[in-house]
Design a protein around this ligand. Structure first.
Ligand code: C5P
Length: 317
């Protein structure tokens, strides 16, 4: 049976600005996204039957159609029905290392790996932009998870412009195990509280485009690590932090430990501390461990990386 093992990296948001409402019900965003080397492993194995199955030992990850990785395979089967008929179904096994419901795009990255892996398994020869277009039908972060690296993301988050990579930095990630934030809730609450600040629909595109000349993007282009740390921004903190004050406590712990900057990622609840060296990351990690209930707090050290989904190994027997 043919099989592929893929690495599906997490992402953090170095910058997340909510510009306004879109006609499709989503929000127009201006973001800078960054891949990190904390990653899930996604194994795809051809089946002789026409079934799609998902296996994951993590108790909170569904093995049903609710899993975005399943939906990615179903989308590929519908789009490429001849290949699905020729090569058969697929068993998807996810080794979950990225915390879930954490603002790290773990589910989106798993779906991205399924798209990339099925393209290979079914010998489709799709281009990266074709894969990203399919990905955008599954979720706003999926195209970035395919591309990876450092990128400006506008629109729903699916319109990407690559930036020079910021590889030589580390992050410490902190995620309270029992603190899961639903992305839809975070955006709806933001709309309810700050919708009056949104720009007019006709101005959305030009306002989002302004991120290209923002100080965060300038800092990345000039490899100015201190400025990158100082320009970290996430509008969603304005609604998530008041609801979950532990997030602020964690952020302040990271900041006081001495890092380039600390910020919540995406809709949370993960907080990351950007660090200029492994040594600094270890110091911040140590301070995180000294928080009041460390047993409920998962801490990780990761490196920024310039790659998205990668094939790790294949078996073509
Ligand atoms: O695209 P994705 O499924 O990841 O989005 C999850 C939820 O986050 C959406 O249902 C929507 O409520 C919210 N969202 C949004 N605007 C975006 C991206 C996500 O309002 N640009």
């Amino acid at each position: 049976m043919r099989s592929y093992s893929l690495i599906a990296p997490a992402k953090i948001n170095l910058y997340l600005e909510i510009i306004g409402d879109r006609s499709d019900g989503y929000h127009e965003l201006a973001m800078v996204l960054q891949s990190i080397d904390l990653a899930d492993q996604v194994d795809l194995r051809s089946l002789s039957t026409d079934t799609i199955s998902v296996r994951c030992a993590h108790p909170q990850v569904p093995e049903s159609r609710a899993n975005l990785a399943y939906q990615a395979a179903a989308l590929m089967a519908a789009e490429f029905s001849d290949a699905f008929a020729q090569f058969g179904g697929v068993e998807i096994t996810i080794d979950k290392r990225i915390p879930i419901a954490a603002g790290l795009a773990g589910g989106s990255s798993n779906a991205a790996a399924v798209l990339v892996g099925l393209d290979l398994l079914w010998q489709l020869g799709l281009t990266q932009s074709e894969l990203e277009e399919l990905g955008s039908q599954l979720g706003s972060d999926v195209p970035f998870c395919i591309a990876g690296g450092t990128a400006i993301a506008t629109g729903r988050g699916e319109r990407l412009s690559p930036l020079p990579s910021v590889d030589n930095l580390y992050v410490v990630l902190g995620k309270y195990r029992h603190l899961d934030v639903a992305t839809a809730w975070a955006y709806q609450t933001y709309r309810a509280n700050f919708g009056n600040t949104y720009v007019n629909k006709q101005d959305l595109t030009s306002r989002a485009a302004a991120v290209h000349s923002s100080s965060m993007v300038q800092a990345i282009i000039h490899e100015d690590q201190v400025q990158i740390g100082q320009r970290l921004h996430n509008d969603l903190e304005r609604v998530v932090i008041p609801a979950y004050p532990q997030i602020l406590q964690l952020k302040e712990t990271f900041q006081n430990a001495g890092c380039l900057g600390a910020m919540m990622s995406g809709s949370g609840s993960t907080v990351f501390a950007l660090c200029d060296s492994e040594k600094q990351a270890q110091k911040v990690h140590q301070q995180g461990r000294m928080l009041a209930q460390p047993s409920d707090l998962d801490l990780f050290i990761a490196r920024l990386t310039s790659t998205g989904v990668q094939v790790m190994s294949s078996n073509k027997d």
